[in-house]
Design a protein around this ligand. Structure first.
Ligand SMILES: *Cc1c(COP(=O)(O)O)cnc(C)c1O
Length: 202
């Protein structure tokens, strides 16, 4: 099996929890809201963590997110890539094209038919490094994760035809990481299985 990166999703948890995780050796953390990620990454700047942005990203927040994000897993439209083109980065940000595995456009992620178009734009963008695909499984009652992730693997193969280096698959959360690993996931995004339940949020 290729290398498996475990991203611990710390959204809604305080920076103090991230600090504890870092002390235990965690290096990759995931956040899904820009303001929260910005504040925590600033507070924990000395810890040398890799911040993975995994939530829907507003175009107008993209250049700010680029200041702390090591990776953005939610690249799902051309306008977002355009916004990141002029970001100030020390090293190119790892870019995952998020694909929507459902028919519901509000779920986030590009329609599969847009995958190549977005990826080609990423490849032309020096502030980004195309890394692979990302997806969130549909709800279990909609479709078994196994079947949805098999489709995701097919999208990954399409991406690798554009660029063989873009071989990463970001998939797998607390309830479906087994199916994700079986389908070839390289980046797991695990929250509650590690952190316990998330605090209530408003
Ligand atoms: C919250 C979140 C996760 C982690 O979810 P858990 O079920 O707590 O493991 C993974 N990916 C995304 C995009 C998330 O928003």
């Amino acid at each position: 099996m290729d290398e498996l990166t475990l991203i611990v999703v710390t959204k809604f948890h305080p920076a103090s929890l991230v600090r504890q995780l870092a002390a235990l050796g965690v290096r990759d953390v995931g956040e899904n809201r820009h303001q929260e990620a910005q504040a925590k990454s600033a507070e924990l700047a000395e810890l040398d963590l890799r911040w993975h942005f995994i939530g829907q990203l507003q175009t107008k927040k993209a250049r700010q997110a680029a200041k702390y994000a090591h990776a953005i897993h939610s690249i799902d439209r051309e306008r977002l890539v355009d916004a990141l083109r002029t970001a100030e980065v020390e090293a190119p940000i790892e870019a995952f094209v998020q694909v929507n595995l459902t028919d519901d456009p509000s779920r986030g992620g590009a329609a599969p038919s847009d995958l190549e178009r977005i990826a080609e734009l990423v490849l032309e963008t020096s502030t980004l490094r195309l890394r692979g695909v990302m997806a969130v499984a549909p709800l279990p009652e909609e479709e078994p994760a196994e079947r949805a992730f098999a489709r995701l693997r097919g999208y990954s193969e399409r991406l690798r035809r554009l660029d063989p280096r873009a071989d990463a698959i970001s998939a797998g959360m607390t309830h479906d990481f087994r199916e994700a690993i079986a389908a070839g996931a390289t980046h797991l995004r695990i929250g509650s299985a590690i952190t316990g339940n998330r605090p209530a949020h408003g």
